[in-house]
Design a protein around this ligand. Sequence first.
Ligand SMILES: N[C@@H](CCC(=O)N[C@@H](CS)C(=O)NCC(=O)O)C(=O)O
Length: 215
Amino acid sequence: MIKLCGFALSNYYNKVKFVLLEHGIPFEEVFVIPSQDEAVLEHSPLGKVPYLQTEDGDLCESQCIVEYLAARFPDKAIFPADPWEAAKQRELITFVDVHLELTARNLYKEAFFGGTVTDATKGRVEKLLAHHITGFKRIAKFGPYLGGERFGVADAAGFVSLPLVGMATQTIYGRDLLLDAGVDWKSYVKAISARPAAQRITEDRKAYVAASRPA
Ligand SMILES: N[C@@H](CCC(=O)N[C@@H](CS)C(=O)NCC(=O)O)C(=O)O
């Protein structure tokens, strides 16, 4: 059986878990924390999660994993059959994962982990995010799903990552750059939360956070 390695607080782990749950693909969860220890590096070359363990070997990078699942389980229709619609889902995923989340990730050290980020980084990220959010708004439909009226694989990415962008920018700049730009990620997340897969992701994340709190 496919093993999904990572932990319930990781947005990229949850993106893959969402896809697996949404499509009823059997999998086992293996608890792994990102690390530069050889024990993790031998499976995931940058020590990041998620990674997948399959009968063929290990695979990292959430989008590569999603693409692998789509190719391995064609009957699950993870991407739309129409090549254009499928490409538009991939475009949205790239915007969420790369242009929004990866940019906002530069702020997480201070926003979420008690560290500090330089003013230069804050300034650079603010400009870049404003630019990327403006671009994202041109293609994301929120109808209520990112691609329009139908739920799509891009929503697995949107559900797990848009809140992080909103919360990190709120903490660092005192204003949520997504909400400020008119991207109502809170209503979006609420709409996606109707799905059992989303509910499971949220429950598992909350359980992980509760269990990690010092007694
Ligand atoms: N591009 C990677 C990003 C994965 C990633 O950044 N995972 C975080 C946890 S959410 C991690 O492992 N961070 C540890 C590190 O960067 O060393 C993917 O899509 O899987």
